[in-house]
Design a protein around this ligand. Structure first.
Ligand SMILES: Cc1cc2nc3c(=O)[nH]c(=O)nc-3n(C[C@H](O)[C@H](O)[C@H](O)COP(=O)(O)OP(=O)(O)OC[C@H]3O[C@@H](n4cnc5c(N)ncnc54)[C@H](O)[C@@H]3O)c2cc1C
Length: 453
């Protein structure tokens, strides 16, 4: 067996490295042992260095000074007008504190925080339940992608605008027949002098109706193999060649859109990462989509789990053996998410470059675990789950919280249930993550491609 031969020669196969990663915590020492069911085991050291702890105190102090009085007291509530004021002023405070995209380089307006500082920052905000600005497409996806792949010109043109929340973005990847099989996309971009001329259609484009720019995957070489003929373009949305058609959902809201491009244009220089190199650039974006908030992601699931336990107690279901057993399983999964977060952090700190693989593993795991825990939440509520008990958008949720529309006022639990159904789909489905893990981590044979006659 390859695995044993590796062990005998002392050479680490990719699988061995992956297995070690699974066991590492921050700053962990690797001590290979033959363990039960594990080829390698390692001790975990989850302590942060003293300077990170000092930074933690600074963040906590800033939060205490800037959050509304009483925020940290049990049962804290804001009136509608207090909440409105909070929502209107919080982003400015974050910006003044330098906490938005704080890891970005100082020369583009960031604070240049180290990775560990960013982790500590995220942890303290998450612990406090204080919202970070959640401009997902700009802050989390295209901003870091431009920083990694963009030209200096592109960084100066786009990064400050993203940081200040002045440019709204949407993601133009999926097409009607190219979702999981993204490389088969057909939207084309042809160079005409100093501009790209774009034709085609995208679908499921979240927030396209509010976006100023789309980061778009388009085919720029029809003769090259599928993955090699794609470019990653930054295209202005406000132009005659782009039509956005909202897709109305069952609750009446229209978060997604179809986007049609008919001789739409963008500047020749708006290609990120080089012409025909768009596949690699897009994989970077998807890595950020699958792997964000490594050590804090589990907290929202833990909070939800606590609320399911409260509901079970309130409804007398905590004595039900089946419910108890399901609650334990759900809690175990949250703990696994926590450990998975440390795995990702370790990978980044040690620069072992397994981000994409760990992202696939984590995305598959948390999205499926969350879907089943939200099914449990509704099972526990029973008939109560049918009643809309939320307050709707009208009262204004905190930034980053999901709510139904004013006339479809789902509770937090109901909103989380609905959204959990989409989590195994967006950013690459759970099945596709399994294919990635199977082929790249476990070394299984490549998936056979369909034969076309
Ligand atoms: C909430 C939400 C927001 C989204 N926002 C955006 C956005 O802003 N921009 C954007 O570009 N896209 C967006 N999408 C689209 C999303 O990326 C696609 O839905 C996703 O990639 C799946 O593609 P598809 O819908 O075409 O499904 P398909 O690819 O047709 O898949 C259908 C089913 O077949 C399975 N399947 C397909 N291929 C394989 C395979 N090789 N092996 C095993 N199983 C397979 C899939 O797992 C799935 O269960 C969003 C989707 C959702 C749900």
């Amino acid at each position: 067996m390859v695995w044993r031969r590796d062990w005998d020669t002392g050479q680490l196969s990719d699988r061995a490295k992956f297995s070690i990663l699974a066991e590492l915590g921050t700053g962990a020492q690797v001590t290979p042992t033959r363990g039960y069911g594990l080829d390698y085991a390692a001790s975990m050291d989850l302590n942060y260095p003293p300077e990170a702890e000092a930074f933690r105190s600074d963040i906590r102090a800033w939060l205490e000074q800037n959050l509304p009085a009483g925020w940290f007291e049990p049962g804290f509530q804001m009136s509608e007008s207090e909440r409105k004021t909070f929502n209107e002023t919080w982003t400015d405070k974050l910006f003044a504190g330098g906490w938005i995209c704080a890891g970005w380089p100082v020369e583009y307006g960031g604070k240049g925080l180290s990775l560990l500082q960013q982790v500590v920052l995220n942890e303290e905000f998450a612990k406090a339940g204080a919202p970070m600005r959640a401009d997902f497409f700009g802050d989390t996806l295209v901003g870091p992608t431009i920083l990694q792949w963009g030209t200096d010109e592109q960084k100066h043109e786009f990064i400050p605008g993203i940081l200040q929340g002045k440019i709204a973005w949407c993601q133009g990847f999926s097409e009607p027949n190219s979702g999981s099989d993204l490389a088969s996309l057909k939207t084309s971009a042809v160079l005409d002098g100093d501009e790209w001329i774009i034709n085609g259609q995208k679908v499921w484009t979240t927030q396209a109706q509010h976006a100023d720019y789309v980061f778009l995957m388009a085919r720029t070489d029809l003769t090259a193999p599928q993955h090699a003929g794609i470019s990653y373009l930054l295209v202005p949305m406000h132009q005659a060649g782009i039509e956005v058609r909202p897709i109305t959902q069952v609750d009446g809201s229209a978060e997604f859109n179809e986007v049609f491009f008919t001789n739409a244009r963008c500047a020749k220089n708006n290609v990120v990462g080089g012409v025909n190199n768009g596949w690699k650039v897009a994989m970077t974006t998807l890595g950020f989509e699958r792997g964000s908030s490594s050590t804090t992601g589990y907290r929202r699931f833990l909070k939800e789990w606590e609320s399911i336990v409260q509901d079970a107690k309130r409804l007398g279901k905590n004595e039900d053996l089946r419910v108890r057993s399901e609650l334990v399983k759900a809690w175990q999964k949250v703990k696994i998410m926590e450990v998975n977060g440390y795995r990702s952090l370790t990978d980044s700190l040690n620069q072992t470059h397994n981000t994409a693989l760990l992202g696939a593993c984590n995305k598959m795991f948390w999205s499926e675990a969350h879907r089943s825990s939200m099914e449990l939440a509704l099972d526990v509520l029973g008939m109560e789950a049918q009643i809309l008990t939320g307050r709707g958008d009208a009262q204004g949720a905190l930034p980053g919280h999901r709510r139904g529309r004013a006339d479809y006022p789902v509770s937090d639990t109901q909103a989380a249930f609905f959204f959990s159904r989409s989590e195994t789909i967006w950013g690459g489905t759970a099945e596709i993550q399994r294919n990635i893990i199977g082929e790249r981590a476990l070394g299984l044979p490549k998936e056979p491609k369909a034969q076309h006659s």
